[in-house]
Design a protein around this ligand. Sequence first.
Ligand SMILES: Cc1cc2nc3c(=O)[nH]c(=O)nc-3n(C[C@H](O)[C@H](O)[C@H](O)COP(=O)(O)OP(=O)(O)OC[C@H]3O[C@@H](n4cnc5c(N)ncnc54)[C@H](O)[C@@H]3O)c2cc1C
Ligand code: SF4
Length: 510
Amino acid sequence: MANLILILGDQLSPQLSALAKADKHQDQVVMAEVYDEASYTNHHKKKLAFIFSAMRHFARELEQDGWRVHYQTYHPDNPDKSLEAVVARLTKELNPDALMTTECGEWRLHSQICQWHESLGIPVVIHPDTRFVCHKEEFAKWAKGRKQLRMEFFYREMRKKTGLLMTPDGKPEGEQWNFDANNRKKWSGKPPAPAPFRVEPDAITRDVLQLVNDHFADHFGSSDDFHFAVTHEQAQQALEHFIDFALPCFGDYQDAMSDHEDWLFHSILSPYLNTGLLDPVTTCEAVVQAWYSGRAPLNAVEGFVRQIIGWREFVRGIYWLLMPGYAQENRLGNTRALPWFYWTGDTKMRCLHKAIDASARNAYAHHIQRLMVTGNFALLTGIKPEDICDWYLAVYIDAFDWVELPNTLGMVMHADGGYLGSKPYAASGKYIQRMSDHCQNCHYRVQDATGDRACPFNALYWHFIDRHRDDFANNPRMTMMYRNWDKQPEQRRQAIISRGEWLLEHIEEL
Ligand SMILES: Cc1cc2nc3c(=O)[nH]c(=O)nc-3n(C[C@H](O)[C@H](O)[C@H](O)COP(=O)(O)OP(=O)(O)OC[C@H]3O[C@@H](n4cnc5c(N)ncnc54)[C@H](O)[C@@H]3O)c2cc1C
Ligand code: SF4
C-alpha cells in the first residue's frame, strides 16, 4: 500500500489538500469517531451528532467515488480511544509508506500530529489547509511590523484578493468598503423572520442521535429536533434558503435580538463552513450574485461578505500567529469561576436566560447574543478566560478552537490586550434594551442601576469601568466613559459600586 490519508471531522471537503495529493487507486483513507476527540470538552449533543453524521455521509461519498475508507464508528468499548491509536493500528495492518493529512484547526491536535512520526515510524506529511482565503504565512507577513492589527484593513486586502464586491477598476462596490452603520436596527417582529432551513434526519443521522443519547447523555444540551444539514448537497440548499428568505434583511437586523425568535435573519451556515460542507469563497460569490441580480441590498451582502472573508479569516490568522501562548492570556487578571447558570439557563436575567436556553436547545445563538449577552456578562464579572472559552467551545455546533478562542478570549474578554478590538465590548443594560425586547419581560428593571431589582448589567458595567481604570483610562475610545463616570456625584458612585460588589458576591443567585 502507498499512503494512508487521515481526514478529520472538520475536513469534509472533496477538495481537501490531503485528498488532492492522493491517488484513490493506491492510497487509503482513515476516518474515526474517537473517545478523546468527542470528550475533551462537554460538547453539545447536537454538535457531536452533526459531526459524526456529516463524517459518515462524507465517508460514504468517498467510497461511492472509489476510495477505500477505513471508518471507525464510536463505541465506548473501542480499544482505540485516540486518533493516534487508530492510525497506529492501521499502520501496523497496512504498512503504508507515509501518513498524509491536512493541517488541523486546533493547536492541541496539531502539536500531537507533528510528533506522530516518532511513534508511527513512518513520515507524516502535513499539507496546508487551502480552504481559507488567507494562508497562515500570508497573514503573518501582513501582521509583521504593525503596531495594531485591525480587521477593517485586513478585510480590504481580502476584498482585493478575491475580487468580491469590487468594480472592474478596483474600487469597492457602492463606493464604500463597509456599510455597517446601516446594520443596527431593532427588530419589532416585522418583517417576520423566516423559519430556519430544516433537514429531517435520515437513517444515518437517526443512528448517530441514538448513539449520542446512549453514550453522551451527560453532555450539554438537547438532541431533540435535530434538523441540521449533514451533506454538501443539503448545505448548499441551506445556503440557497438563506439567500432566498433571510439575506434581504440580514444587514438591517444583524445586531437585533428577540425574546421570541431564536434565529432571526442569520444564515446558520457556520457549521457547514467550519466542517467543509460549504466553501467560504463560493458561498460569498453566491451571496454577492444575489446583490447583482437585485435580490438583496448591498448593506446585507457586504455585511455577510465581511463576516466571512474579514472576521473569519482574521480570527484564524490571529490564532495561528499567536498560539500556543494566546490561550494562556489573561491581561485583565480575571479569577472568577463561570456561574453554574451558564449550564442550566436558570437565571432571572431574561437576556441571559434566553441566550443560554437557545444554546441548549439549538447548539446555536447568534453573534450578538454571544458577544453582548453571555460574553458581555462574563467580561463585566471577570470570569476566568479558560472557563468561558471552554463554555463557548462546548455549547455551539460551529465551535472549533481556531475560531472560538480568538472570538472569546480576544473579542469578548479583551484578555489579549486588544488584538481583536481596540476597546472592550463592555455594555450596560441600555444596549440590550436598545437592541431587543428582553427587558420588558425581565425580573429586573433596566432603567435602574441600584436597588434590589436593578438590572445587574448596569452596576456591573460601572464596576468594570471603575476597577479597570488603569487598563483603559488612557484608551482614547474609552475617555468618554471615564468622563461620564467621574461626573457622577460621589454618593451615587458609591451606591453603584456597592451594588456591583453585592452582585459579584451573589452571582449564582442572579
Ligand atoms: C464569544 C464568541 C464565540 C464565537 N465562537 C464561534 C465559533 O466557535 N465558531 C464560529 O464559527 N463562530 C464563532 N463566533 C462568531 C459568530 O458568532 C458565529 O460565526 C455566528 O454566530 C454563526 O452563526 P451564523 O452562521 O448564523 O452567522 P451569520 O451571522 O449569518 O454570519 C455569517 C458567517 O460569518 C462568519 N462569522 C461571523 N462573525 C464571525 C466572527 N466573529 N468570527 C468568525 N466568523 C464569523 C461565520 O462563518 C458565519 O456563518 C463567535 C462569536 C463570539 C462573540
Ligand atoms: S433588564 Fe437587564 S438583565 Fe433584564 S433583560 Fe434587560 S439587560 Fe438583561
